[in-house]
Design a protein around this ligand. Structure first.
Ligand code: BT5
Length: 324
């Protein structure tokens, strides 16, 4: 908290030195406390010039995703207005889940610079090294029945694909239900967790992980061949701040479309990004494996598959592999 307040004071007068005494007076803490927090901020990558006579001056901020870095550039009306930022968390989804159980409102966002136990679906893990990528969870409280919650994953995939295109110029492919691929490798994954009764959703935690600045050698060996990052694909560093700002705007926009107009517009955009119709796929769902041709997704986001014996199957959850 105090770090944020010190940064705010330093930002108010970017080219002027602010004395330690002035900061301690305004924040009602000792000068030693100020000095300690400045030392801490430097370890986080803030470049702060110190002069014994004049005080402190902020030279450069790191590409951190703290509320003080993000709020000035945020263009949303409500999403992310309350932002819970952590340097380290087990998982942004589990933190957001706890917050939502305790009454956090729609649009509150949890962000971590590093996840020690980033989660994927079905107990799988999401590799989440510090300071390179984006790990966020958004709390949503849509008034929709639980069987429509998968559409939130589709909606978020469309928003994420849009941002990838906007910031990198690349054209990603959405892979049902929750992967975003570049050159057949996973660049982003979505994890949608719901808390509901039989016919009413209490909240949805929308978790999004995007590989922005990882290099190939940084990936663990077991996923090196199947994962990628925007930096690997473009050869350029991507601003995490700019990505987050844009992603929150796109999510707010697409979520509003979903609530107002239902699934039709979302599914149209999703189909454009997914190009799934007519593809041969192998689907694993609840321990069963099916091979067939993907026909479409239905109005609840379920995959419609035509199996080799000509029957149509509706798959609500699972993993797909594309076949030749
Ligand atoms: C997912 O699961 O793709 C959902 C990933 C969601 C991550 C976000 S980060 C913020 C929020 N907080 C969380 O704790 N999670 C969410 P799934 O479809 O089950 O895919 C997991 C599989 O993807 C793993 O088994 C690996 O094969 C692969 N994988 C793991 N880490 C990866 C990474 N960083 N990049 C690409 N692939 C990865």
């Amino acid at each position: 908290m105090m770090d944020e307040e010190i940064l705010q004071l330093l930002r108010e007068s970017p080219s002027v030195f602010l004395s330690g005494e002035e900061i301690s007076r305004r924040l009602k803490v000792s000068r030693t406390a100020v000095w300690k927090r400045i030392a801490h901020l430097r370890t986080l990558g803030y470049e702060i010039e110190a002069s014994t006579r004049l005080g402190y001056r902020l030279i450069q901020s790191p590409d951190l995703l703290t509320p003080s870095e993000i709020k000035p550039i945020l263009k949303t009306k409500w999403m992310g207005k309350t932002m819970h930022h952590f340097h380290t968390l087990d998982s942004t989804n589990s933190k957001a889940y706890q917050l939502a159980l305790n009454g956090a409102e729609e649009g509150e966002v949890v962000i971590a610079e590093f996840q020690e136990k980033g989660s994927g679906r079905l107990g799988r893990q999401w590799f989440s090294p510090p300071l390179l990528n984006l790990y966020l969870s958004v709390i949503l409280r849509p008034k929709i029945p639980p069987h429509r919650a998968s559409l939130i994953t589709l909606m978020a995939a469309v928003a994420t694909a849009d941002v990838i295109k906007k910031l990198s110029g690349l054209l990603p492919l959405i892979k049902w239900p929750n992967d975003i691929l570049l050159r057949d490798r996973k660049v982003a994954g979505l994890l949608n967790e719901i808390h509901s009764e039989t016919d009413q959703i209490h909240f949805v935690i929308l978790g999004i992980g995007v590989n922005l600045n990882m290099e190939e050698k940084m990936f663990p060996e077991e996923i090196r061949a199947i994962a990628t990052s925007l930096r690997m694909e473009t050869g350029q560093m991507i601003s995490r701040k700019a990505f987050l700002q844009s992603l929150l705007s796109e999510l707010e926009k697409w979520y509003a479309i979903f609530l107002k107009q239902g699934s039709t517009v979302i599914l149209k955009a999703w189909r454009d990004w997914a190009q799934i119709e007519g593809r041969r796929v192998e689907v694993t769902s609840f321990g069963e494996t099916l091979v067939g041709m993907a026909v479409d997704v239905d109005s609840d986001g379920a995959l419609i598959l035509e199996t080799e014996d000509g029957k149509r199957k509706r798959v609500v959850a699972g993993d797909i592999e594309y076949k030749r």
